[in-house]
Design a protein around this ligand. Structure first.
Ligand code: SF4
Ligand code: SF4
Length: 80
């Protein structure tokens, strides 16, 4: 399973990432950041595919995507 990491101090809560995620993996957190907004986070139980749409859309480059790559000998997680 892939996953994303959102830097809460870079997020300005524009919600563009939420609007593009086809798997509804992103939600708003309940802790204010330095901008005084509630930044996004990956939701519990999210089934992220690693498609990178959210990271591509984010105007503040707050999102990193880690895609799990199937391998015959091991599973390897790579940043995209
Ligand atoms: S990488 Fe794709 S599936 Fe995963 S959170 Fe971002 S938009 Fe959603
Ligand atoms: S697109 Fe980026 S700045 Fe906008 S809410 Fe998502 S993580 Fe935050």
């Amino acid at each position: 399973m892939s996953r994303i990491v959102i830097d809460p101090e870079l997020c300005k809560a524009c919600e563009l990432c939420i609007s593009v995620c086809p798997k509804e993996c992103i939600e708003q957190s309940d802790t204010l950041n330095r901008y005084g907004v509630y930044p996004m986070r990956m939701s519990d139980g999210a089934e992220c595919t690693g498609c990178t749409l959210c990271a591509t859309m984010c105007p503040d480059t707050a999102i990193e995507v880690y895609r799990t790559v199937a391998d015959k000998t091991r599973n390897q997680e790579v940043a995209t």
